[in-house]
Design a protein around this ligand. Structure first.
Ligand code: SF4
Length: 179
């Protein structure tokens, strides 16, 4: 029996919507489980990737922990795929890049609408916020990108199956249209 392909996913500064879209491949997950093992992913409880063929990253890089997780993930994955707008260009979290990070914290925790207990969280356990949100290609080498917010399950499936078969992913127009 041929060795199973190993797939991992991770989420950085994103909303988990790309992961939900991945899970939307629905019954195809069963077919996938026949030929692939899941490492770190929503389908396992593995916290650190053990060494994978395909690694999928959702979300951009907004704090020091994201940098650490992404670098470790890159070291562990033969092929790295950026999934969704946040991983590719920072997406919605990167809307804060035009403002000073101190002003963002002040608005969110001290003066913004709905703040009832004004205090900027300062627990040393919290990861250090970066002054900008970065797309993942600014931190590690990315092999493939799947555009969308989120990409559809069919688009994710098309890329995944091509990579598993050792082919270059070819996305037809209808899988990357958003109008
Ligand atoms: Fe969520 Fe869209 Fe970012 Fe994916 S690209 S993590 S769906 S905001």
């Amino acid at each position: 029996m041929s060795k199973k392909i190993r797939i991992a996913t991770t989420s950085l500064a994103g909303c988990f919507g790309c992961h939900m879209s991945f899970m939307d491949i629905d019954e195809r997950l069963l077919a996938l489980a026949e030929i692939a093992d899941f490492d770190r992913s929503p389908l396992s409880d593995i916290k650190h990737c053990q060494g994978c063929d395909i690694g999928i990253v959702e979300g951009g890089v907004c704090n020091a922990e994201n940098v650490e997780v992404l670098r470790e993930f890159r070291r562990s994955c033969r092929i790295l795929v950026a999934i969704g707008a946040c991983a590719i260009n920072g997406g919605i979290p990167a809307l804060r890049n035009r403002y000073d990070v101190g002003d963002c914290l002040e608005e969110a925790f001290l003066t913004g609408i709905g703040v009832t207990d004004p205090k900027v969280p300062g627990d040393p356990e919290l990861p250090l916020l970066l002054d900008k949100v970065h797309p993942i290609h600014e931190v590690v080498k990315v092999d493939y990108s799947i555009p969308g917010c989120p990409p559809s399950a069919d688009t994710i499936w098309a890329v995944l199956t091509a990579l598993m078969e050792g082919n270059e992913p070819q996305l037809p127009c209808e899988l990357i249209r958003y109008d």
